[in-house]
Design a protein around this ligand. Sequence first.
Ligand code: PGA
Length: 266
Amino acid sequence: MSAAPESDIPRARRVGPQGVRVRVARARAQAEKSVARLVAGELVARPSLVLGLPTGGTPAGVYRELVRLHREEHLSFGGASTFNVDEYLGLRADHPASFRAEMERALFDHVDVRAERVHFPDVDGGVETAHESAARYESAIAAAGGIDLLLLGVGRNGHVGFNEPGSPRDSRTRLVELHADTRRDAVRAFGGLARVPTHAITMGIATLCDARRIVVLAFGAAKRDVVQRMLLDPIDAATPVTFVRAHSNVEVWLDEEAAAGLSEPP
Ligand code: PGA
């Protein structure tokens, strides 16, 4: 596998009171390629890498590029484990709008990851079994040695995973009720608001922040406001994604549209 040309990697600048490293790519595709290279580099250095992965529109291009690297440059996921950040409650695993189905279409069906090393919270049992399922997910992450590299998107209301506004810093994997905005954002995938699940199981803020390395992605003008809040607002449950600023190894990757509300570097 070839390394990314240095010139393609946007320079990191420090933003906000914690001096979070932020990289602004000229175009989204450039960020997607660079982040895929970053993941690939970690996989090559540590084939048994434990990945934490999000769904949604944001990471789609990174997954496409990882598939390309697997096909064309022999990048292997054969030793890796994956833990997805969240899943809707009560959907069958093969429901086309489940996050498992989305991940299979985007990545897992096209690379050599082993089925038994792909993990999602178990949501089949609905509310009755959600608490045990959440506890089992925490144990499974611990048993795998913890998450080495966590990719994250961010919701327009500041959520991360399904940690909606109000989610505490010390939250762990748990049953959550989805915010009305979040359910509205999912209408298209389910073909109507009434069909969008009301609950989900999500890794908690503390679960996310236990990862050894975190890469947050945000692209497009629709994320401009939340990017500002993520980096500049007080670290607080009102905007759960602000909690990642306290992490010692976090980097934020943006395109110019998402970064447009941040002041220019000096
Ligand atoms: P998106 O969702 O990637 O589809 O914008 C992000 C999120 O809501 O966490």
